[in-house]
Write a protein that binds this ligand. Sequence first.
Ligand code: KG4
Ligand code: ZN
Length: 335
Amino acid sequence: MIVLAIETSCDETAVGIVDSDLRVLANELYSQIPEHAPYGGVVPEIAARTHFDRLAEMLELALEKSGLTLRQIDAIAFTRGPGLNGPLLVGAAFARGLAMNLGLPCYGVHHLEGHIAAAHLSFPELSPPYVCLTVSGGHTELTLVEKGFKFTSLGRTRDDAAGEAFDKSGKILGLGYPAGATIGRLGAQGNRKFHRFPRSYLDKNTGEFSFSGLKTAVLRYVEEHGKPWIEEHMPDVCASLEAAIVDILVDKSKWALERCGLDQIVVCGGVSANRALRDKFAEQQKRGKLRAYFPNFEYCTDNGAMIAGACQLRLNAGLADSMGEVQVRPSWPLG
Ligand code: KG4
Ligand code: ZN
């Protein structure tokens, strides 16, 4: 069974092809960063239009990469939600048209299930139960994942997502958009103890996060020291900012593992590409506290293979019916 998936929930126009053994046969994407960077964030209307312009080209590239023709595809999948309404509609219409034309089933996939599936693409031996920390531009969530696609929320952010904390702070520091990867690169050369930015835990014994105070703290810090001084110390400032976000994510994950009596944790979503976060989890793993699974870098940020992978996991479990709805759902809690 070969699944071809379309991902258009935000600003990546992506097509992935995955077989039932979760082997990735193609994973092509167009990143719309150049379209949105001048506005300092994603403009939904531009995202939808760019998906429309680029999808056919990504489909062709994915087929070329896999060496397959459309006739060898067995099912079409697309991201049904959560995400931006217009961009989701473009992907859904494209997927439905393709499926109808080829006489294939068309499945609507949950975007966060896609991020979780990214770990399964990288670690075929991975098996629930585990705790999943999803950290992306739109989400920061702790979820208990059990066999049979049972998801129980253990907490989420009350305001900004971890990726937003990186992006909004990066904007204040003058690092452009999106700033997560830039902060990661600069922070790798800096001292994480240079400045202690506040860590907001809300209640330590919950899985709830709050990151909105961090950008205010960064703003105050920049006002206090002035732009030239900040620029001079940018690697240290980035390392310190990154340390605050990473400490909160790791501490809350440890709380969730303890609460569920588990030691396996999957960390997924765009922020899981962050080196400092990976290092901190690796340090905990070395101490025997947990086993962390991070997707390969190419499956961390939004991509088509993760959506095809999530579809395959459901099909393999005999749950094709659960993906039959083809209306998009811009707001859609996991589980
Ligand atoms: O999963 P994703 O591609 O899109 C959403 O579903 O939101 O995540 C994008 C987010 C952005 O906020 C970006 O700044 C962040 O992931 N990101 C990173 C890194 N690479 C991407 N944050 C920190 N360190 C990175 N290396
Ligand atoms: Zn995502």
